[in-house]
Design a protein around this ligand. Structure first.
Ligand code: ATP
Ligand code: LTN
Length: 327
């Protein structure tokens, strides 16, 4: 029997190349070998209300991008989190075994609540809902970027705690990442990850950015002192990040790129990098444009039906285990 994969993206902000290289490309590769579920995390998008405007539009947009980037609905169940009520139900049950202390230690919670006047319960409980997303499908593999590793670890802990308290129920999921692409840094600040909630759009290249925007953003990307184009995360974090992006977009190795650009300046390097990004993103944008709303809604309706069946089965088992009345 095939192993199961589940992952997802919050449907807020824009989908950027960090999301593609860090997460979605892995799902595309793995969909041949795994029974795959790709979720659109719209309930998670609600936890940051300032970004939560237009969730509906973002959900359709992100779902179309899943297809344009190569997810095949025949191989991957593509669905919207809020269409499967079992996620919220399981989240409540897992919330009864999660501890305040462990949730307070989550770095994403600390980062996102920093400087906020009031912090909503949803933001605090975010990782519990994420654990429910994963455990409702008994997923074996969760391919995500490095920033989500801590949440997968929490999921493992909750699954183990549940199993030891109520009896063997959940599989213990594995965090999967690709070292080279797990953490793409911001173009405006190479000490922080590229992020869809960055205030400055020059932080990221969005998958749907047009050619002029891509060229402008790469032109204004920060570099390091010195003029050599060499990979060293410690000494040249900004240039190393650009080399990583270049390598992922072009398929060339970082070593080959270093050789290719020996003796060349940043200006020329950035121009060729822009060419590579435009060449990488244009066909994806073309595919995206050709997907209609009705096509994607059909995919999501089919996906929701299948996801509900699978998650429904797990929830039935979980409710029995915790001793809720069955009639
Ligand atoms: P935010 O920064 O506002 O939390 P985000 O840009 O991380 O948003 P998400 O929807 O939270 O976007 O992430 C979707 C997936 O993309 C996750 O698996 C996440 O780990 C991955 N990812 C996000 N940013 C990066 C990045 N800079 N490098 C590699 N992977 C990333
Ligand atoms: N929190 C994740 C999105 C997400 C997710 C999941 C990823 C929600 N539920 C379940 C993997 C598995 C993020 O990328 N911010």
């Amino acid at each position: 029997m095939k192993k199961r994969l589940l992952s997802g993206i919050r449907t807020s902000g824009v989908t950027h190349i960090g999301n593609v290289f860090g997460a979605i490309n892995q799902w595309v590769q793995m969909q041949n070998d795994y029974e795959s579920f790709a979720m659109l995390a719209d309930l998670h998008a609600l936890t940051t209300p300032s970004e939560a405007v237009n969730i509906e539009k973002k959900t359709l947009e992100t779902a179309k991008l899943y297809l344009a980037l190569g997810l095949n609905p025949k191989k991957t169940t593509i669905f919207v989190q809020s269409h499967v009520p079992q996620h919220a139900e399981l989240s409540w049950i897992l919330g009864t075994i999660a501890r305040l202390g462990e949730l307070e230690r989550m770095t994403q919670f600390k980062d996102k609540s920093l400087g906020q006047e009031s912090i909503n319960l949803g933001l605090f409980a975010y990782p519990v809902l994420m654990a429910a997303d994963i455990l409702a499908y008994n997923a074996d593999a969760v391919p995500v970027g490095e920033d989500q590793k801590q949440h997968v670890e929490l999921t493992r802990n909750l699954a183990e705690r549940f199993n030891s308290r109520y009896g063997q129920t959940f599989k213990i999921p594995e965090y999967i990442s690709q070292k080279s692409s797990a953490r793409i840094m911001g173009l405006d600040d190479s000490s922080k990850k590229m992020s869809k909630s960055a205030e400055n759009p020059k932080n990221y290249i969005a998958v749907l950015d047009d050619e002029t925007t891509i060229r402008e953003k790469i032109k204004s990307a920060v570099t390091d002192s010195g003029s050599e184009i060499t990979f060293s995360e410690e000494k040249k974090p900004a240039v190393s990040n650009l080399l990583t992006i270049f390598s992922l977009a072009s398929g060339k190795s970082v070593g080959d790129l270093e050789k290719e650009f020996t003796g060349h300046g940043y200006g020329q390097f950035k121009e060729v990098l822009s060419d590579a990004l435009v060449a990488y993103l244009s066909p994806i944008q073309e595919k995206y444009k050709n997907i209609s709303n009705s096509e994607i809604k059909n995919v999501l309706a089919e996906g929701a039906k299948h996801a509900q069946e699978v998650a429904g089965k797990t929830l039935g088992e979980v409710k029995k285990r915790v001793g809720l009345l069955q009639i």
